[in-house]
Design a protein around this ligand. Structure first.
Ligand code: SF4
Length: 611
């Protein structure tokens, strides 16, 4: 008995064949689960230099090593692939019940390879795996797709699917499950390029039994007891992450007008309290007791009266400050439309904000944008543009490439206004007002992600606050944050369900869940985390990424931040020093490549010649 199943499933869409593989003991010991097993598989099985949208790419759906257990917040899942938007390694995380269902079918991960000759979906019923015809699903939005499939397979079937945006290979299209998304890095386009509309997991298998059942359940019981009375948990259940908006704006961290400034007049209209007025209920992922999802009833607009899971902080930034909007209904409508079409809300909002700044600067004219008025805050244009992006119609064809590629196509200095790192649009934290967090965007191996090396010390003051404005001595903080996150994502622990989660709790759950006593040694887990981050960097190095790709956009290095309260006037004065500090802490050379000694320490010396 263990929460580790020891198996993975491989489906080749070109042949329609599937096979079950065993995770080797060496891989299990070196990478444990989730993100670790994912990068290990991808690194060893993907040829460098392939086109991410070709049949050669692989799409991995991974659950965590405790996924499907009763541990609250440990059943998220992720998609791992080579990204078509960045050309880097990508991992894109999602909530809901899909990961738990995969584990209940006794798989740690599913690898999809090849390309189906026509629209298809994968049906997983334990060992019975079929590639099915999806021609009647192609073109449907993500809600209708799931409804159709649940009509056939029952309401307990767990479905991950793409919408029209993924079918049309929009480079920031998402994979959607229930009303949650594996949003980042164009994972939906990879699925679309394989003619794969959905993966259906029937999840009829029994729940996994922890190795030490009594201890595991005791630990979970005690943890849930603390969570029940914990103020942070209560706040997250009440607001989700929406409470962050006004606090971030006060500190100058909430990006406004495509990161031009840090103040949004009327921000209280989209505060946590304001959005709470639309709330009709909570949503929770599998076994989660925090239940941070806010179900809302939309008050106005195209989707007036629809009940849907409301936006979290990042989406409030993307369709709020980023485009200079304080109408909550516009945010609700844009959020729902992106979910239906299968689009990443962060990249969609950030790409529209980029276009709005180009419009302001006269680089794009009304003629260039199909006659649409792209003035800041013009709500009427937003849903139209989103639909055009998903269809790749008119101006949508250009914007569907994301900011980096669209800027290259536009020319005329447009790149100065493309707020991305490595091609991934930036989330809702102004780097100049949170400098370690911003460094984290730049050195992340998936591009501009807030979750890859989340600097809790700057954003939420946990465990100890650090001065967010200082740009010295922070390289080590980010190197360590990346390692800690990698350990959490072996289990795929949710960032918002981490109240009361300590290193000790993680260790205790891992040992009781898997029966592996090696996990008691904190150094063991640290090495696993470091190995995962390092292998992800090696993947990128092998693809040609190095120091030149670890920079923030010039705006943050040269332009003092405007109207941003305590962060007004801030910019990175010593970016290269910070970058060198990060490399030194991570054990990389000046060009951002792991030193041989580090590869040896992490038992990765066999890949030295790849680099
Ligand atoms: S805290 Fe929210 S996102 Fe995280 S597992 Fe729970 S419901 Fe899902």
């Amino acid at each position: 008995m263990s929460t580790f199943t020891g198996r993975f499933l491989k489906v080749n869409l070109s042949s329609g064949n599937s096979s079950i593989g065993e995770v080797t003991t060496a891989d299990k010991n070196s990478f444990i689960g989730g993100r670790g097993l994912g990068i290990n598989y991808l690194y060893n099985n993907l040829k460098p230099g392939i086109d991410a949208l070709s049949p050669s790419n692989k799409l991995i759906f991974a659950a965590g090593v405790l996924g499907g257990s009763v541990a609250p917040g440990f059943s998220r899942w992720m998609v791992i692939t080579k990204s078509p938007s960045t050309g880097t390694y990508m991992r894109s995380v999602c909530g809901g019940n899909f990961g738990a269902a995969l584990k209940n079918e006794k798989y740690e991960y599913l690898v999809v390879e090849g390309k189906s000759s026509s629209a298809s979906y994968i049906l997983i019923d334990g060992k019975d795996v079929k590639v099915m015809d999806a021609s009647d699903l192609w073109g449907l939005d993500t809600e209708k797709t799931q409804q159709r499939l649940q009509k056939i397979y029952g309401s307990k079937a767990r479905i991950a699917c793409i919408g029209p945006a993924g079918e049309n290979l929009v480079l920031f299209s998402a994979i959607v499950h229930e009303q949650r998304t594996a949003a980042r890095g164009g994972v939906g386009a990879v699925m679309g390029s394989k003619n794969l509309k959905a993966v259906v997991v029937l999840g009829k298998g029994s729940s996994l039994i922890p190795a030490d059942k009594t201890s595991f359940f005791d630990i979970v019981k005690a943890h849930n007891h603390i969570l029940k009375g914990h103020d942070r948990r209560k706040k997250l259940t009440r607001f989700g992450t929406t409470f962050m908006t006004t606090g971030m704006e006060k500190k100058g961290i909430f990006p406004v007008k495509n990161f031009q400034e840090g103040s949004l007049p009327g921000v209280e209209r989209i505060s946590g309290e304001a959005l709470e007025l639309f709330k009709t209920g909570d949503y929770g992922c599998y076994a989660c007791t925090t239940r941070c999802g806010n179900i809302v009833k939309i008050g106005e607009g195209d989707f007036k009266g629809r009940v849907w899971e409301g936006p979290e902080y990042e989406t409030i930034y993307a369709f709020g400050g980023e485009i200079y909007n304080t109408d909550p209904n516009l945010i609700f409508n844009a959020n729902l439309l992106c979910d239906l079409l299968g689009l990443d809300t962060i990249s969609t909002g950030a790409t529209i904000g980029f276009a709005m700044e180009l419009y302001e600067k006269g680089i794009l004219t009304q003629n260039d944008v199909d006659g649409i008025d792209l003035s800041w805050g013009n709500g009427d244009s937003i849903l139209t543009i989103i639909r055009k992006i998903a269809k790749k119609e008119g101006i949508g064809e250009l914007l569907a490439q994301g900011t980096q590629k669209a800027a290259e196509a536009i020319g005329n200095d447009a790149f100065q206004y493309a707020m991305h790192t490595k091609g991934l649009e930036l989330p809702g934290y102004e780097p100049r007002a949170a400098k370690a967090h911003g460094l984290g965007y730049a050195v992340s191996n998936i591009g501009g992600s807030h979750m890859y090396g989340y600097c809790r010390q700057e954003i939420s003051g946990r465990p100890e606050p650090i001065d967010p404005l200082s740009d010295e001595g922070k390289g080590g903080v980010i190197a360590l944050s990346q390692i800690n996150k990698a350990i959490e994502e072996v289990l795929i622990l949710c960032n918002f369900a981490d109240t009361n989660v300590t290193d000790q709790l993680i260790t205790d759950l891992l040992v009781a869940g898997t029966g592996n006593d090696d996990f008691r040694d904190p150094d063991y887990l640290n090495i696993v985390g470091e190995r995962i981050v390092c292998l992800e960097r090696c993947f990128n190095n092998r693809e040609g990424f190095d120091r030149k790709n670890d920079y923030l956009p010039d705006r943050f290095l040269k332009e003092p931040l405007k109207n941003a309260g305590p962060a007004t006037g801030e910019y990175y004065k010593k970016y290269d020093t910070l970058l060198d500090e990060y490399y030194a802490a991570a054990g990389y050379d000046k060009n951002g490549r792991p030193e041989k000694a580090v590869l040896k320490k992490l038992s990765l010396e066999k890949i030295t010649s790849d680099l």
